[in-house]
Design a protein around this ligand. Structure first.
Ligand code: CMP
Length: 139
């Protein structure tokens, strides 16, 4: 993957508020190309597996319940310096601290309902992309 791909999820509250389109517009206008995309609904076990790295955190139960509460959009995004540039585009995990114009400032409600997920490293971008997509689902 070598730095030009990242993984994102548009979270359940963003989907239920009909904000898939507006979020994708911001992503596209920032220069990211969609390499793979899937509209799906994680069950609790799958959400737990996806966020296994947070299994020891106090917010794990709430996080996995919320992430399995409704459909999400999963996508692989492509751009030079994808992981860092996408994290800048989405803003701080806590929307109160997110910079003006970032996706979380524009769309997030709270730390747990924070609109989108973005991979935090190239290594995790690969792991997270492989969680959702086979080789033949990437274009
Ligand atoms: P995300 O980028 O999907 O990665 C892990 C998620 O855990 C994060 O976004 C937040 O939604 C959630 N999270 C991280 N820290 C906290 C926290 N202190 N309290 C509640 N939720 C958190």
């Amino acid at each position: 993957m070598s730095g030009n791909q990242t993984f994102t999820m548009i979270k359940p509250e963003t989907v239920s508020k009909n904000n898939i389109g507006p979020v994708l517009k911001v992503i596209n206008e920032a220069g990211f190309r969609i390499k793979a995309m899937k509209y799906t609904h994680l069950n609790k076990k799958q959400a737990g597996e996806f966020y296994a790295v947070h299994a020891d955190k106090s917010f794990y139960e709430d996080l996995t319940s919320f992430m399995s509460s409704g459909p999400i959009v999963a996508a692989i995004l492509e751009k030079e310096n994808a992981v860092a540039d996408f994290r800048e585009l989405i803003g701080s995990t806590d929307p109160v601290k997110a910079a003006e114009g970032t996706i979380r400032k524009l769309f997030a409600e709270s730390m747990s309902r924070n609109a989108v997920h973005g991979s935090d490293s190239d290594e995790n971008a690969i792991i997270e992309s492989d969680f959702f997509f086979s080789k033949t689902e990437r274009y």
